[in-house]
Design a binder for this molecule. Structure first.
Ligand code: SF4
Length: 368
């Protein structure tokens, strides 16, 4: 049996191809020519895998209903790594998807020990207001708090009837001392994924869940249960896409709990400057060596920022890559460019955030 993937771990899986093979994930690149205006994340293979995404593409093309399901963990501050999913939601929203956006306050309670009030504050200020400021129309999404949607909790309970403890232990690797809320939580997560297909939320239809590869255990369980409850609910097996996680500035995964690894959307100019100056690069020990032998963008955290966020134009990205590899640009100059772009992006974002916050507050008051 393949080793369990832990959705709560901070370790980046080293070998994505191995994971795809082990868990039957298809390469996303095979579908690219079927998408008329793919996101840079798709063109650049940052979204690298899928399960049954063809089904969603077909619905999109035929202008038939389909849903996108995603969630946010309302703890900690929003950082650039989180933006990747929002870029995808904005794209789907333009393409007529119905977007379900779950505030995972039950998960924040069981996994992080946050009170429901704290989770509400984080969800409003750190996430929903930032989503709106980034360009997602939150009023046109089906936003809900897990603790307030009884249909999700009821469905989780029903689904639990056909899941044994051995199954969840094999998928998640739970140890003996894991508390029961954490053991039960995967069923809430699966119910989040499947509930858009209940009659009161639109009925059976294709649903896609864009996730990092570390979230795949939830998807596998959701698909398994969708098949097991076919007779009762006629669920269409949920589709999924998999994106690479944006690596942290110093090497490991970007994490809200390790501020030096991440750029937060609220970072001040001097924090951005300091963090990017300290970022791990693929440069050589001296400028002279770098001019002679070139750098290595493939291991460089600054280049990753260009790839994911700061350089949407493919031609310009390629030029930066070439100049790095042939030693025409050295790290100091390159970091300065990244600092300028990041600061400009964050300044503009802060202006939009000011307008977005009251809207997010009004919406949260209405739905809680
Ligand atoms: Fe990274 Fe830029 Fe240095 Fe190349 S020149 S290694 S892309 S910081």
């Amino acid at each position: 049996m393949p080793a369990p993937l832990d959705p709560w771990s901070s370790v980046i899986p080293k070998d994505y191809e191995r994971v795809m093979k082990e868990f039957g994930i298809q390469p996303f690149g095979d579908l690219l020519q079927k998408i008329s205006d793919p996101l840079p994340l798709m063109r650049r293979k940052l979204i690298f895998g899928h399960r049954d995404f063809d089904r969603v593409l077909n619905a999109m093309k035929a202008r038939k209903p389909y849903a996108v399901m995603t969630g946010l963990m309302p703890s900690g501050k929003m950082h650039l790594g989180h933006k990747m999913v929002i870029d995808q939601l904005i794209w789907y929203q333009k393409k007529g998807a119905e977007i379900f956006l779950c505030v995972a306050d039950l998960e924040a309670y069981s996994a992080r020990g946050l009170s429901f009030d704290e989770a509400k504050r984080f969800a409003t200020k750190e996430y929903l207001a930032n989503y709106e400021a980034l360009g997602l129309d939150i009023e046109n999404c089906n936003v809900y708090f897990q603790s307030k949607r009884s249909a999700v909790r009821d469905l989780a309970f029903i689904l639990g009837k056909r899941v044994t403890f051995s199954t969840v232990r094999a998928i998640y690797g739970f140890a003996g001392e894991t508390n029961i809320s954490s053991i039960y939580y995967p069923l809430i997560d699966v119910a989040d994924i499947l509930h858009p297909q209940l009659p009161e939320f639109g009925g059976p239809r294709p649903t896609v869940v864009p996730v990092g590869i570390d979230q795949d255990p939830h998807l596998r369980l959701a698909r398994d249960l969708a098949a097991k409850f076919q007779q009762e609910f006629r669920f269409v097996l949920p589709s999924s896409t998999y994106h690479r996680l944006l690596p942290g500035l110093l090497g490991e995964k970007m994490s809200s709990s390790k501020p030096e690894t991440a750029i937060f959307l609220t970072d001040e100019d001097r924090e951005v400057t300091k963090k990017l100056k300290n970022a791990f690069t693929g440069g050589r020990p001296t400028a002279e060596e770098q001019r002679k032998h070139g750098g290595n963008p493939d291991v460089c955290r600054i280049y990753e920022l260009y790839l994911y966020h700061l350089v949407p134009d493919d031609k310009e990205l390629l030029e930066i890559r070439e100049r790095c590899k042939n030693g025409k640009m050295i790290c100091g100059e390159c970091k300065q460019l990244a600092i300028e772009r990041m600061i400009a992006f964050l300044h503009e974002h802060r202006q939009r955030y000011k307008k977005a916050l009251p809207k997010a507050r009004r919406m949260v008051e209405r739905i809680t």
